[in-house]
Design a protein around this ligand. Structure first.
Ligand code: SAH
Length: 360
């Protein structure tokens, strides 16, 4: 039985699978159709409180309130981009922590980028989410509710989820996998597993284990360098796992799942963006099944890194393509509403965040 509790020690019902909810209801002496109704209120109707579950009896709602918590994030701030409609959200958790999520509109549907941890301990040099280290893991319910609250507020169906916000998914492995099963469950929002993407900095045992889950998610690997030497200057995790092992794990992921990978490469001026490096990158991944997603690095004020020029980016891209690699360039969405990659949360925490923490 699942042993996830909120900060008051109550069982976290939104993190439970359909089968677990059914068992819990049976233990309360309720018939199984009640479990179905409850699961539907939580994961389809996106109820915020037990009291809103009007098809359940008052007595049952009372029992639920006494025995369980229904995780519901509180909106702390919403920003809407005037240029591309991107929406950025800051949500408050029950313990006063703040997390960031992003809603993006694409021609193929609406996509949400969620956080998997409060902060991060991976220490990537260019990333704002890691500057204050790891605060704690998010529970499955706290990952789900980023999506639930955004879908409820926008009134638009979310078809794609990327676990690419703050945190390292493989460092919160069990909760992330449970989240992926819940969000793609037929009795819930039923988002296709093929529309779920998990991005990792390259924790080899995590990737290998993930390959065995029987999921159809896309794996994105944060590569950011064509060799271990440069990679170590940007990503401390490169001291633990060599690129050779990381790429072998990626190949294994493809073999087990049949899913093509995404190789993320953030271009940093003068660090990883010369044509020699483009050539080495093409060589490195030429036998992999996947494509490269180039990301112009988002400057973080605490760090010295700057974006490569447009010219450098397009030369880098052309050289990869000439060598037979498929390449996309990540559009910078919502630039006008606070820097990407955890920078909105960071600036909020330095200002209003303290007030929020005192209030909650
Ligand atoms: N821990 C996961 C998810 C992190 S965020 C991972 O490492 O993959 C998703 C992507 O954004 C990663 O590729 C990460 O390296 C990249 N990223 C983080 N900060 C960035 C920045 N300031 N500019 C460009 N890319 C950044």
């Amino acid at each position: 039985m699942l042993d996830l509790k909120d900060c008051h020690g109550r069982k976290d019902i939104k993190s439970m699978s359909y089968e677990e909810v059914t068992e819990e209801m049976a233990a309360l002496g309720e018939k199984s159709f009640r479990a179905k109704q409850l699961y539907d209120w939580i994961h389809v109707k996106l109820a915020e409180r037990f009291d809103d579950m009007s098809s359940l009896s008052k007595e049952l709602r009372q029992k639920l309130k006494e025995n369980y918590s229904l995780t519901c994030l509180k909106l702390a701030e919403e920003r809407v981009s005037r240029t591309d409609g991107t929406r950025k959200y800051l949500f408050g958790l029950e313990d006063g922590n703040i997390i960031e999520s992003v809603w993006m509109q694409y021609h193929h549907g609406n996509s949400v980028c969620i956080s998997s941890q409060v902060g991060c301990r991976m220490g990537c040099r260019f990333c704002a989410s890691t500057l204050d280290g790891l605060e704690r893991n998010l529970r499955p319910s706290e990952m789900l509710d980023q999506i639930y609250r955004i879908q409820a507020m926008t009134g638009e169906r979310i078809s794609n989820v990327v676990v690419m916000g703050a945190g390292e998914p493989m460092d919160n492995y069990d909760n992330v996998v449970r989240f992926l099963r819940l969000i793609s469950h037929k009795g819930g929002l039923n988002i296709s597993q093929r529309n779920l993407t998990v991005s990792t900095c390259g924790i080899v045992p995590g990737i290998r284990r993930f390959a065995e889950e029987g999921l159809q998610a896309t794996l994105a690997l944060s590569l950011h360098a064509p060799n271990d030497e440069v990679r170590r200057t940007l990503m401390p995790v490169a001291n633990s796992y060599r690129l050779k092992e990381v790429l072998e794990a990626c190949r294994y992921y493809f073999e087990k799942t049949g899913r093509r990978l995404t190789f993320e490469y953030s271009l940093v001026q003068g660090v990883n963006d010369n044509l020699e490096e483009a050539r080495a990158l093409a060589e490195l991944i030429k036998d992999q099944h996947g494509h490269v997603n180039l990301i112009p690095v988002n400057p973080v004020k605490e760090r010295p890194y700057i974006q490569s020029s447009q010219k450098t980016i397009s030369r880098f891209k052309n050289l990869l393509e000439k060598n037979g690699i498929n390449v996309t360039i990540r559009r910078e969405m919502g630039r006008d509403i606070g820097g990407a990659c955890g920078q909105l949360r960071k600036s909020y925490m330095e200002g209003e965040g303290e007030t929020w923490k005192r209030m909650h």
